[in-house]
Write a protein that binds this ligand. Structure first.
Ligand SMILES: [Zn+2]
Length: 54
């Protein structure tokens, strides 16, 4: 499972992933190319982070 998130929604994204997977999430920053082409999963902002489970 992977969730993209902006700065505003990173805490929400982490909470959602933990709730759904029951695992500790891995948070990484997107590279510049990915930032430009990826929107936050929770709003219309550009994503800054990707949160994933193993
Ligand atoms: Zn957002």
């Amino acid at each position: 499972m992977k969730v993209y998130s902006c700065e505003t929604h990173i805490n929400h994204a982490l909470d959602m992933l933990v709730a759904e997977t029951k695992e500790f999430p891995i948070m990484e920053q997107l590279n510049d190319e990915e930032k430009l082409s990826t929107n936050c999963s929770y709003c219309e902002e550009k994503a800054t982070y990707i949160v994933s489970s193993k």
